[in-house]
Write a protein that binds this ligand. Sequence first.
Ligand code: GUN
Length: 280
Amino acid sequence: MAIIIDGKQISADIRAEVAVEVEKMKTDHGLTPGLAVVLVGEDPASQVYVRNKESACHEVGFNSFKYELPADTTQEKLMQLVDELNCRDDVHGILVQLPLPKHLDSSLVLLAIDPNKDVDGFHPVNVGRLAVGQATLPPCTPAGCVELLKRSGAELEGANAVIVGRSNIVGKPAALLLLSENCTVTIAHSKTKDLPGVCRAADILVAAVGIPKMITGDMVGEGATVIDVGINRTAEGLVGDVDFEAASQKARAITPVPGGVGPMTIAMLMKNTLKAAQMR
Ligand code: GUN
């Protein structure tokens, strides 16, 4: 049986580590990191995410600034708010909750955020920094995957890492992060030939496709570490991209869904906000 990687516990550990650093920053420099979260409209899921981010801020000792704008907010108004937040000295991180209402262009909004305050790591400048190996604010979910790997005792150097899925917010940045950890990286996707064979050869298997239980037991190599980024709502409840029961017979260690990657995103957001404040 595989080790179950406890994302809830690891997330709590990271938030506690951030809280210690924040305390130091306050006493040594009189500086409190601040995160601004912008929510446009009333999407209930987004409201929950934003509330969770706010309470994580309070837990680690950050200032939290919440902006709730009506669903009919204009592009101009939103850009104006981002500009204001870019200029503020007490705001070190800016997060615009996605998805935005359809009439708004999210790529223009993300471009407007100061890259040094882009705690989501979505700005093309930060994506570029990641690609060329410069210091950056990495996207939270893939950075969380790397933390789970490291803290579960996976050997990264020289490991065969296979990422299934090539999205801009998980698959691609996960590949770049694992490359910088000296993994041999393969990005597999829907057009990959012999996907089961490619997956079976992985020491580290990251599933980020959004298809329930797509990674079956026969696609997992003996002793692999499996990170399941999928969160799929099905009739049987929340299900990952990996068939957990079957995969855990083969894997050395595996993340559950829920309670694996999910809780890590907020922890990494806290880490990025601290880093943004330290960079200044
Ligand atoms: N919506 C769902 N996840 C995220 C995230 O990580 N960042 C932002 N900005 N919006 C999201």
